[in-house]
Design a protein around this ligand. Structure first.
Ligand code: ZN
Length: 128
């Protein structure tokens, strides 16, 4: 079995569009207050692979044992996707993923499209 290096983790904090971003935003702030994390993008509607609006938080692999147990106790009923960054985006959002709360349907075609797009951009950059 192949072992991959985990460079870091993402947390995607999903919320119901009808409830608004309040609780998810507050949770994202609370994580940032306690831990040395980077606040990533905020999507105010479903899009790309994400089936619901969400906040993203990124953190170093070494913080996993601090951040994730805290979230287990403090996620406030929100659905969270915690996934490693190994360089394989499809596996990271699928087979490698950890869900707290409900498992939501990730659109893997959108993940593959994103990877293709990135490849095209990188190829174009290498030529130019
Ligand atoms: Zn992610």
């Amino acid at each position: 079995m192949e072992t991959r290096v985990v460079r870091g983790y993402h947390i995607h904090i999903y919320y119901d569009q009808r409830d608004g971003p309040g609780a998810a935003s507050a949770l994202s702030d609370a994580i940032a207050e306690r831990f040395d994390v980077e606040i990533g993008m905020w999507r105010d509607k479903p899009g790309g692979p994400h089936p619901a609006p969400m906040f993203q938080v990124n953190f170093a692999a070494a913080l996993f044992a601090d951040v994730v147990p805290w979230l287990m106790l403090n996620r406030g009923g929100l659905d969270l996707l915690v996934h490693p960054e190994t360089g394989d985006d499809v596996a990271d959002h699928g087979d490698h993923a950890l869900w707290l709360g409900q498992t939501l349907p990730i659109d893997f075609d959108a993940v593959r499209e994103f990877i293709e797009e990135r490849r095209r951009r990188e190829a174009a950059g290498a030529v130019g």
